[in-house]
Design a protein around this ligand. Structure first.
Ligand code: HSE
Length: 428
């Protein structure tokens, strides 16, 4: 067996501790698969004296992760600190400068600085691997960049934030309003320390930007991901969507259009019977549609100690085997800048409005839709309360521009009480 491969692990939170536990528990299995012993030389954490349920006494400690990255007894720098900027990124840059390979779970850093870091790594002949940054234990980075190398990818989509999926599932299954489902996720410790990263779709948007770079050969570009969070999803919409045969999901979609690449992360309706519609709780699911392999669906735990540590160690094993891939599956020099495309691809839409109880109200709404070339597929009206009645419409395919114009005209009409709600419907 070759000489041991030595790790320096920066960041001893949930994932870092998970990596150490697995390496301690399954050393023989991992070494057999990697073809080399995998050992930990040194670790670094912000709070060294914090109680952790793993034996760390056999490792050297470094107070400064940059020093850890530069140590001569470290071959792979494992960055589990996080954050787009700051010490996580500084220590990765230090590792690359010191000609070390890097394994990271840092999606924010790569979504913002991935191109720059990939170029640095390439010129230093080092590797950066990031399976743990996207969808926890699901090997989606590997699937896209290796297993699907032969394919032209047409669309990558999926549920990439388990916390949002948990909240939406609790709203649907327990009939909880958004605020209560959010509080439940909070009390279970599911939310990021800044909950807006989850709720606003930022965390999931980072992941989408990374997958899009591999799938479409573009520079990772988080700033061109259109984001909309889940805090506007009401329990009324959850119920009404279910009534029409749909579920509401925080869905990421990346696809080529005639004028560029569309990247969006927003609440969408999906058929309740589709794989995405049946995805409950904190699970993630990625759907990849491509030229030869057709549709691939990957699902599993998108976060947590074991799944994310599994992804980190999988990357370490690949490096131990000598598998040296460019960061985004091809040379950083080939990656093209994204021509941002707003979605103009037509899709069916779900519309919900409160219609005033007076003659001609429904005719006016139908007229506005017709004038904007939006055709109604299905419609349901519930009983009126004292003033108005909820009306749910599912349209045939319409462009976002046409829907936007129709919504605007409806909002200015005298037939509805509040601005209508509109969600795109994605068929999988
Ligand atoms: N907060 C993320 C999630 C996990 O809920 O999926 C880390 O990306």
């Amino acid at each position: 067996m070759d000489k041991p491969l030595r790790l320096g692990i920066a960041g001893l939170g949930t994932v870092g501790i998970g990596v150490i536990k697995i390496i301690q528990r399954d050393a023989a299995l991992i070494s057999a698969r990697a073809g080399r012993n995998i050992v930990i030389s040194a670790v670094s954490a912000r709070y060294p004296s914090k109680q952790r349920d793993v034996d760390l006494s056999r490792y050297s400690w470094e107070a400064d992760p940059i020093k850890l990255a530069q140590r001569t007894d470290v071959d792979i720098f494992v960055e589990l600190i996080g954050g787009a900027d700051g010490v996580g990124k500084d220590s990765v840059e230090a590792a690359i400068a010191a000609r070390k390979d890097v394994v990271t779970a840092n999606k924010a850093m790569l979504a913002h600085h991935g191109q720059h870091l990939a170029e640095q790594a390439e010129s230093g002949k080092t590797c950066i691997r990031f399976e743990a940054a996207v969808a926890g234990g699901i090997p989606v980075v590997k699937s896209l960049s290796e297993g699907l190398s032969a394919n032209t990818v047409s669309r990558v989509m999926g549920v990439m934030n388990g916390t949002c999926n948990f909240i939406l599932t609790r709203m649907e299954k327990a009939g909880l309003p958004y605020e209560q489902a959010f509080a439940e996720a909070h009390s279970l410790g599911y939310l990021e320390s800044d909950p807006r990263l989850d709720i606003d779709g930022i965390d999931a948007g980072h992941k989408l930007a990374l997958l899009a770079a591999i799938a479409f050969g573009t520079r990772p570009d988080f700033n061109n991901v259109d984001l909309e969070g889940i805090d506007q999803v009401s329990i009324e919409d959850i119920h009404a969507a279910a009534d029409m045969g749909f579920k509401i999901k925080l869905l990421g979609v990346a696809q080529r259009t005639t004028c560029g690449l569309e990247q969006r992360m927003h609440p969408c309706l999906v058929p309740a019977t589709s794989p995405l519609g049946q995805l409950d709780g904190g699970t993630n699911m990625i759907v990849i549609e491509s030229s030869a392999a057709e549709q691939i669906v990957l699902s599993g735990p998108g976060a947590g100690e074991g799944p994310t540590a599994s992804a980190v160690i999988g990357d370490v094993c690949d490096l131990a085997r000598g598998l040296r891939m460019p960061v985004f599956g091809q040379s950083a020099k080939n990656l093209t800048a994204i021509e941002k495309s707003q979605s103009e691809l037509p899709a069916p839409y779900y519309l919900r409005m409160s219609l005033l109880d007076k003659p001609g109200s429904l005719a006016k709404i139908a007229g506005i839709l017709g004038e904007n070339s939006v055709s109604i597929d299905r419609m349901r009206q519930k009983r009126h309360d004292s003033r108005s009645a909820p009306v749910i419409i599912v349209t045939h395919k319409a462009t976002p521009a046409a829907i936007g114009e129709a919504i605007d005209q409806m909002s200015h009409s005298d037939t509805i009480t509040d601005p209508p709600v509109a969600f795109r419907i994605e068929h999988v």
